[in-house]
Write a protein that binds this ligand. Structure first.
Ligand code: IPE
Ligand code: IPE
Ligand code: MG
Length: 250
């Protein structure tokens, strides 16, 4: 049996294959609740309560960034009651955990247009971002009212504006420069994407950023996805051969 993790110090474990940024499509909250004959919103509550365990596992393993798809631009199609509960649970989460996040040196970031969020949650999220902005240990990047297509369209518009203002030339736009116009601006490349609940699609998540990421689709519903499931995904990742278009290097 190949050892997947090597000991760095007495407490700390590190992955053998570099992994700086892991992204999750946290799916299956509704089905988790339905299976238990509970209202869907309790699935969202249970799902939000999973976040810290996985974030802490990331920190133990030396992963620097965790991105979470929490609400898509398409999720506004859902019943208003479900949406209200979900944002209420997010509000509770940040209010309850802000001291914990500060203590651990976690920086809270968001992707997506959060101006459309209910006012209370928007204020809480903005406060968490402001308070944690200088933290350096770990990035918790929550995608709220996020859709990759609107993000790319906005990036194109913002670049066009900069050209029309004379700040740059059309020729200045490279693949790398384009990244500066995305919400993910200074985050490292996504190494691994995990989608829970058995759905095998991206649902408008990070289309540009995931070009060379490894994908893992697991049947587990997000509220059931714990550290053990995460470690299993990391074991799979450890055996992936990332070629980036080049030749096999292991
Ligand atoms: C993911 O769980 C959370 C959001 C999309 C907001 P779902 O609510 O999509 O759960 P399922 O897919 O219906 O089970
Ligand atoms: C994707 O899940 C969005 C989030 C997890 C926030 P959905 O449940 O909205 O995706 P579809 O509708 O199954 O594609
Ligand atoms: Mg879903």
């Amino acid at each position: 049996m190949v050892s997947l993790f090597k000991r760095k110090t007495k407490q700390k474990w590190a992955l053998n294959k570099p992994l700086q940024h892991v992204a999750f499509i946290m799916d299956g909250n509704g089905r988790w609740a339905k299976k238990r004959l509970l209202p869907r919103h309790l699935g969202h509550q249970a799902g939000i309560n999973r976040i810290l365990e996985i974030a802490e596992a990331c920190q133990e393993l030396g992963i620097r960034v965790m991105s979470l798809y929490a609400f898509s631009t398409e999720n506004w199609k859902r019943p208003q009651e479900e949406i209200d509960y979900l944002f209420e649970y997010l509000d509770v989460f940040f209010k309850r955990e802000i001291d914990h996040l500060m203590r651990d040196g976690v920086q809270v970031r968001t992707m997506g247009d959060i101006t459309r969020l209910p006012e209370k949650t928007r204020i809480t999220v903005n406060e968490a971002k402001e308070l944690t902005k200088n933290n350096k240990n770990f990035v918790l990047n929550i995608c709220l009212n996020y859709g990759s297509r609107p993000e790319i369209v906005k990036a194109a518009q913002d670049f066009a504006k900069d050209v029309s203002l004379g700040k740059c030339q059309i020729e200045d736009l490279t693949e790398k420069k384009f990244l500066d116009y995305l919400y993910s601006v200074d985050l490292p490349e996504v190494d691994l994407l995990i989608r829970t609940s058995g759905e095998n699609r991206l649902s408008n998540f990070m289309l540009y950023q995931l070009a060379y990421s490894e994908f893992i689709f697991t049947p587990t519903y997000w509220p059931d996805f714990d550290k053990k499931h995460f470690i299993k995904c990391l074991e799979l990742y450890q055996h992936r051969n990332r070629r980036f278009g080049g030749l096999k290097n292991e």
